[in-house]
Design a protein around this ligand. Sequence first.
Ligand code: ZN
Length: 149
Amino acid sequence: MTQENLVVCTKCGAINRLPLTRKGSDAKCGKCGARLFSGHPENVDAVNFDRQIGRGSLPVLVDVWAPWCGPCKMMAPAYEAAAKALEPNIRLIKLNSDAEQSAAAKLGIRGIPTMILFHHQREIARTSGAMSTGQIVNWVRSHLPTDAS
Ligand code: ZN
C-alpha cells in the first residue's frame, strides 16, 4: 500500500502528493492553489486528461459529453452529485468531445454520454447513456477493487 496519493490538479496539471492521512476534500494544489477536489467535476483538455489517467494514482471516472447533447445535460447534476459521493477516493472529470475531438476519437467514443472508468492507467469499465446519481455510484463501486474505494 502506498502512503500517499498522487493527485493531478484539474486546473494546472501539477502533480500533488497527498498523504492518505490527510483529508483530500480540503486539499489545495501546491502550484496554483486551486482545490484538488472542488465537488464540481471539471472539464479538462486532452493534455490534462492524459495526465489524470497516466500520472495520478487515483481511479479516474470521465464523463464524455457535448454541449448539444440533451441526455448529457440531464445527467450533469447527477454526475456532480456523484462526485460529492465518490471524491476524494476517485477523481471525476469531464471531457467535452466537441472541444477535444481527437481525444474522444482515441477513446473510441460512439455515443454520448459515455462514462469510462480508469485505474492503474487502464480502462476497466465503460457505459453509455444517462444515469442517475445512485446508478453512477453503484456502477463505479461494482467495478473497483475494494482496496481502491
Ligand atoms: Zn494546480
